[in-house]
Design a protein. Sequence first.
Length: 388
Amino acid sequence: MRRIYLDNNATTPVLPEVLEAMRPYFGEHFGNASSIHHHGQETRAAVERARDLVASLLGCRPAEIVFTSGGTESDNLAIAGLTSAGDHVITSCIEHHAVLNACKHLEDKGCEVTYVPVDGRGLVDPGDVRRALRPKTRLISIMMANNETGVLQPAEEIGKIAGEADVHFHIDGVQAAGKVAIDVKRIGCQALSISGHKMHAPQGVGALYVRAGTQLQPLFYGGRHERSRRAGTENVPGIVALGKAAELAMHGFERGDDKKISALRDRLQQGILAQIEAAGVNGDGAPRVPNTSNIYFDHVEGESMVISLDLKGMAVSTGAACSSGAIEPSHVLIAMGLRRDRARASIRFSLGKQNTADDIDLALALVPETIMRLRELSPGYTKTAVSS
Ligand code: PLP
């Protein structure tokens, strides 16, 4: 069976060039990057080359990059590392659980957290962020791109508000890195998280940008790795891979890969909407990353669609991978004001660099026939019900 993978916001395949770049660091170049002998110097040089590349992707200095184990650790490091008990934090109700649950933990430790809402398109209003500021506000943490809808938040405007209020600003950039250009200086943030496996590097590696001069409490205590900001022997193959993926992402922007991906995504989205009634795009009308389209199909359960499409060889998702299988509808779609049944009738299509026009052709054949069949089985469905 031919398989089409359209769940790249859950994870992306490692690109062949990335695998090639990291391979020697499992074999001949195995040294500990902290060792002073030849083996250590070799891997230290590779880690520093990767740091340069990740810094170029984000528009910062190499010393401002801290390598971590992924997006979750980067988010936790920023949120715990930039706050102390008694502080007030502002975040949004559509954040990934890596941020939401880190904030819940802060509340348990005596911080107060304000969760700003979003509008029907999934956008945070910077005015709400400004109005939520208090004398004790220490940190604003807002994502750049939402993992479920792909909606891009007004990061620069929020950065300006944070700057004027002299409050730290952390951005979860996990779903934005490699998809849209990021310039941390222009945004004016103190910290920004990225994750390797969302940008064609392997799972288990990530980075946190931390602006020079920002006081950051570490999460782990141990050696003085990463300038004492993240103790633990570096994951050299993973870091090399993240550097290569960052380099490929920059070349991709120069070649216009993002425009190619958004053209494929738009063809998929328009083709689906042209063939299926009572369907629509969640986050329509808001700026979005080029690869994501979250679509509701009334009268069909998201989980049934995911399973039926999987049986035909097509991988999509009902939203955040970690909450797949949960009975609760997506907190992101509910925050956008969707009815619970519509939120549960939504699926996410997310493309990656490996997807081709043939994948989209096949998806355009599989999705309508699957939805029609599931609707016929749905007790509440009639043509009139759908068009009413
Ligand atoms: N933040 C966002 C927006 C994400 O989509 C994810 C993963 O889905 C994470 C953070 C967590 O990243 P990781 O899987 O690397 O821990």
